[in-house]
Design a protein around this ligand. Structure first.
Ligand code: C5P
Length: 272
């Protein structure tokens, strides 16, 4: 029987770089949420592994064992015909291949192997808001994160993650500290405004269009906060309402027809 799933976009609402290990990997402290928007995947049992990549962002995505989703199926011990519709830009700071791989592991088991596929794969095993520390391997659920209307903007530039980490000069920054219990979305946003993505500066140096994307988001009515996700290039804006987010999409897409601009919302913490 076929299984259909969405592999949601991962958004680093914050990303503090707090140190570097002897092996070169960086220690992070990041608040991660997932968007409703994601790649669409279909799994059918097959006699041989196969992977068909379609969609706007299919170009450049390997349809073989180089693809993390394929490798995830191997780790889960299943032989699948995978259909992958790339809705999200890849290599873009919003999870892409990591979320695709995690979707396979969620559906077929093998979650224990997630970290072997990449530092961002373990956090993508759940769509709940999480605090990610270590190199991405230390995960804690975060209660009290509201669902947020979002606009995602990718200014059609690609920044390789290692290159961004390489030009980061200050590698021992403050973490987020103890997370408060937010009593309202406004309190959450106020706290979020005091946090940062430490990779934003280095990423803008590598690709100045990221700065343009942040400015475009920040200039739309109702934008409460604009920041980059991951190592870029995708940036997000947080809005007070879905209507404000949709209006911002229309404005930015008109001014920048070559950019990927999407309204969505994040999935908040479950009320326990
Ligand atoms: O684990 P993943 O393949 O996603 O990481 C890509 C690259 O990003 C690594 O090779 C490393 O250069 C950098 N990275 C890092 N510290 C992290 C995660 C990634 O330096 N915590």
């Amino acid at each position: 029987m076929a299984t259909e799933v969405v592999a949601p976009a991962k958004i680093n609402l914050t990303l503090h770089v707090t140190g570097q290990r002897a092996d070169g990997y960086h220690l992070l402290d990041s608040l991660v949420v997932f968007a409703e928007l994601g790649d669409r995947m279909r799994f059918d049992p097959g006699e041989r592994m196969s992977l068909r990549v379609t969609g706007r962002f299919a170009e450049g995505v390997p349809g073989d064992a180089r693809n993390l989703a394929w490798r995830a199926a191997e780790l889960a011990g299943v032989t699948l015909r995978i259909g992958l519709e790339k809705i999200l830009p890849h290599g873009a700071g919003i999870g892409g291949g990591s979320s695709d791989a995690a979707a396979v592991l969620r559906s077929f088991g093998g979650a224990d192997h997630a970290a072997r596929l990449g530092a961002d794969v373990p956090v993508c095993l759940s769509d709940a808001p999480q605090r990610m520390r270590g190199i991405g391997d230390v995960l804690d659920r975060v209660p009290g994160v509201p669902a947020l209307p979002l606009v995602l903007v990718n200014p059609a530039v690609h920044v390789p993650t290692p290159a961004v980490f390489q030009i980061l000069t200050q590698k021992t920054n403050e973490g987020m500290g103890a997370l408060p219990s937010w009593t309202s979305p406004a309190a959450f946003l106020s706290w979020l405004g005091d946090q940062s993505n430490d990779l934003e500066g280095p990423a803008i140096t590598t690709a100045p269009a990221i700065g343009d994307a942040l400015q475009a988001l920040g200039g739309t009515p109702g934008c409460r906060l604009a920041r980059m996700s991951g190592s870029g290039a995708t940036c997000f804006g947080i809005y007070g309402s879905e209507d404000a987010a949709r209006a911002a999409v229309a404005e930015i897409a008109t001014a920048h027809p070559g950019w990927w601009v999407q309204a969505t919302h994040s999935i908040g913490s479950a009320t326990a």
